[in-house]
Design a protein around this ligand. Structure first.
Ligand code: ADP
Ligand code: MG
Length: 555
């Protein structure tokens, strides 16, 4: 029986951002919205049960099912959450952009916490019309004596409401797809999309391909007609697509190294083991859960391309959102679940949000703490990790002063004497030979002769050969009073020369002439000395200053 028809009232204040997103977003977000609503409906039902406002039938098992059907060009999203009464459909569906989630939280806000409600981070139910020519809702509320309602709309502004034959609690959304969106009836496409957003949804999520099921039925009928003997096979128990209890929500005490490694390779499809990880598990003063992994570098001279996946109550939102995560952390790999994020606002707003700043600061501190703790408790491992993590640490120091302040004492350098040294250790160990000076090697092959000279003279240099090291040295120089980095070929020290070797004047001027002529440069500066090492006839020296000038102008 027809109950009502009418126009959907549009809250003009909210429609503009919706339409904008509509135009720019990925088409597949309609499924993110509908399954999120299904999940919210279950969360609400659960909460009503916990609060004693509703009673669940014995053996109740919450689940969400998506059924694609190529034959009739439909997609169904079915949940057994709280359902809606006729009044609620009018209120929550007929008024575009009127968020029932807000209403729900308002109503129950004093009674319990508001965790787990996903609503409200996208354009919501109406995104269904991005892919459909007709949308139908069949819903039966948990409330006593509620009648099932059907709501149908062709295009999103006119609707009709009538009785529905739905007999079980919950909601079924049926999308009659437009011809340009039929790809979503492909099981593979739908599976990939669902896995992207809902791999960690808190309730079991199933996908069914109705066209395939129909095909199978036909086959069996045919076979029965032909009288073939058929082995009786148990129908396979369907598997949910998702892991309802992702590792990041568990207590770190209950997670083994194996768990962390397995989770890493599953989520990032990276079969190199991560070096180490940080499990973020914070409830107060804000809710932040997640795991950050330090990956192994793939190539020696390449900084990592990381990936930080952002979740909102176990629903995937996006990768690498710069506004939420400090940029240098994007070199890591990880998952973050921040249910307190104000995701319904625009990204540019996020940048100025106090909560986002707090998240950022907290994560930065946790990363610095982790590095410090490994340095202090397991220096051997720390040294081993350094080649892989140093571009990340240095980049962090350059980008965030707070990070630099926290890790400045655990910055280490590979030494030409073997092993690794901190800046403090280096300066202390070499203070008799030179003060406040650090010699470094930027290319171990090219500067092999100098390294040899250094070794013979008991001198020490550190290896700084990454792209980022020029900037990093400048940073350290700006922090340490009078600290100066000198490339190993900037000069030779007195200790490398033979003492009191009077070289005849004639030899000196002969050598000077020879060199100037050979390189064809009258202004070339030539120093004639006798090195202790007699196998090295000559070295080219380049003052630190002029070399840096040259490099700067090259850039
Ligand atoms: P939001 O989820 O942000 O509240 P939506 O547009 O997605 O906004 O949904 C509007 C409202 O419609 C929801 O808040 C909810 O009250 C109702 N609703 C939508 N889908 C369902 C569902 N599957 N079960 C019960 N209620 C639903
Ligand atoms: Mg929603």
């Amino acid at each position: 029986m027809k109950h009502e028809s009418g126009s959907i009232s549009i809250n003009t204040e909210n429609i503009f951002p919706i339409i904008k997103k509509w135009l720019y977003s990925e088409k597949d977000i309609f499924i993110r919205e509908l399954v999120s609503n299904a999940s919210d409906a279950i969360s609400k039902m659960k909460k009503l049960d916990v609060m004693g406002e509703a009673e669940l039938p014995e053996g109740n098992k919450f689940e969400i099912k998506v059924i694609v059907n190529k034959n009739d060009k439909t997609i169904k999203v079915i949940d057994n959450g709280l359902g809606m009464t006729e009044e609620e459909v009018k209120k929550y569906i007929n008024q575009i952009a009127f968020s029932g989630a807000v209403d729900f939280l308002e109503k129950y806000k004093d009674k319990s916490d508001d965790g787990q409600i996903i609503g409200h981070f996208g354009l919501g139910f109406y995104s269904a019309f991005m892919v459909s020519q007709r949308v139908q809702i069949d819903t039966l509320s948990y409330q006593k004596d509620a009648a099932a309602v059907r709501w149908v709309s062709d295009g999103g502004t006119e609707f009709e409401m009538s009785d529905s034959d739905k007999s079980e609690r919950g909601t079924t959304i049926t999308l009659y797809l437009s011809d340009d969106s039929l790809e979503f009836t492909e099981e593979y496409t739908m599976r990939t999309t669902l896995e992207k957003y809902f791999a960690f949804l808190p309730y079991e999520l199933y996908l069914e391909d109705a066209a395939k099921v129909e095909e199978k039925k036909e086959e069996t009928k045919e076979e029965e007609k032909e009288g073939d003997e058929k082995e009786v096979t148990e129908p396979k128990k369907p598997e949910p697509l998702n892991d309802t209890q992702p590792l990041w929500l568990k207590n770190p005490k209950d997670c083994t190294d194996e768990d962390y490694k397995k989770f890493y390779s599953k989520v990032f499809h990276d079969f190199n083991e991560p070096l180490f990880w940080i499990h973020l598990n914070m409830d107060y003063p804000f809710n932040l859960k997640g795991i950050l992994y330090f990956p192994k570098l793939k190539h020696e001279f390449e900084t990592n391309e990381g990936q930080i996946k952002l979740y909102y109550n176990q629903v995937f939102v996006a990768d690498n959102i710069k506004e939420v995560i400090p940029e240098f952390l994007l070199l890591l790999k990880g998952v973050l679940d921040c249910p307190d994020l104000p995701l319904n606002v625009s990204r540019s707003f996020l940048q100025n949000d106090g909560y986002v700043n707090k998240i950022s600061t907290h994560i930065t501190k946790k990363v610095a703490d982790k590095l410090t703790s490994i340095f202090e408790n397991d220096r051997e491992s720390y040294n081993k990790y350094w080649d892989d993590i140093n571009p990340f640490v240095k980049y962090g120091c350059l980008r965030e002063e707070k990070f630099y302040d926290r890790v400045k004492d655990v910055l280490i350098f590979k030494s030409t004497k073997g092993g690794y040294t901190t800046l403090k250790e280096y300066l202390e160990n070499n203070k008799d030979k030179h003060e406040n000076k650090v010699f470094y090697v930027s290319d171990e092959n090219q500067q092999a002769q100098y390294i040899k000279l250094f070794n013979e003279n008991g001198m020490e240099a550190v290896i700084l050969s990454n792209m980022i090291d020029n900037h990093f040295m400048s940073l350290l120089e700006s922090k340490g009073t009078g600290l100066q980095f000198n490339r190993i070929d900037a000069d030779i020290s007195e200790s490398m020369k033979q003492e009191n070797t009077g070289i005849p004047e004639a030899d000196v001027s002969y050598l000077e002439g020879l060199f100037k002529e050979t390189v064809n440069d009258e202004k070339l500066k030539i120093q004639v000395e006798s090195l202790k090492n007699e196998t090295i006839p000559a070295v080219v020296l380049l003052s630190e200053q002029s070399r840096r000038m040259q490099e700067m102008s090259k850039m």
